[in-house]
Design a protein around this ligand. Structure first.
Ligand code: CMP
Length: 152
């Protein structure tokens, strides 16, 4: 079982696509363990995107993510990190496959609606960056036993 961090960027919130995007994760069978709307601080966004510092798109990326509230989502499920990345699609909405979130909602490299952790280390770091331990709720969906979720 893995946990991963996703956030819907301000373009998704402004376009009132939050419900549709959350639906994709619920439909897939992932478990919601954390959820909140937040206006991120400049310091937090700079820390989150530190690896992109100095790239040509860095300043506009930071301004974009600060342009309105984001929806922070923590998810759990079997191989959740890779499963979520597949649902989200390629970084650029121009290249993302139809059926993925970015493929269905974006025609831009920058305004791509959603961020998702790209591996176990970033998932752990990003979950603790955006959620306290108390905000992450441990629970067991009733259908997981029936569906053999987590079974090999
Ligand atoms: P995200 O998954 O949040 O991780 C880094 C973000 O930088 C990415 O989504 C895009 O929003 C943005 N990004 C990555 N590459 C480019 C690019 N070439 N031009 C503009 N924005 C980019």
């Amino acid at each position: 079982m893995e946990r991963t961090l996703v956030f819907i960027k301000p373009d998704g919130v402004h376009r009132r696509a939050v419900g549709k995007i959350l639906q994709r994760f619920e439909d897939k069978g992932l478990k919601l363990i954390g959820l909140k709307l937040a206006q991120l601080s400049n310091e937090l966004v700079n820390r989150h995107y530190a690896e992109h510092t100095g790239k040509p798109f860095f300043e506009s990326l930071v301004q974009f993510v600060l342009a309105g509230p984001v929806v922070l989502i923590a998810l759990e499920g079997p191989e959740a990190i890779a499963v979520v990345r597949k649902l989200v699609g390629a970084t650029s909405g121009l290249e993302a496959a139809p059926g993925t979130i970015r493929g269905d909602f974006s025609v831009s490299k920058s305004f791509n609606l959603i961020h998702a952790s790209d591996g176990p280390e970033s998932a752990a770091a990003e979950l603790s960056r955006f959620f306290t331990d108390e905000e992450l709720v441990d629970w067991t969906p009733t259908d997981w036993g029936w569906l053999g979720v987590g079974a090999k």
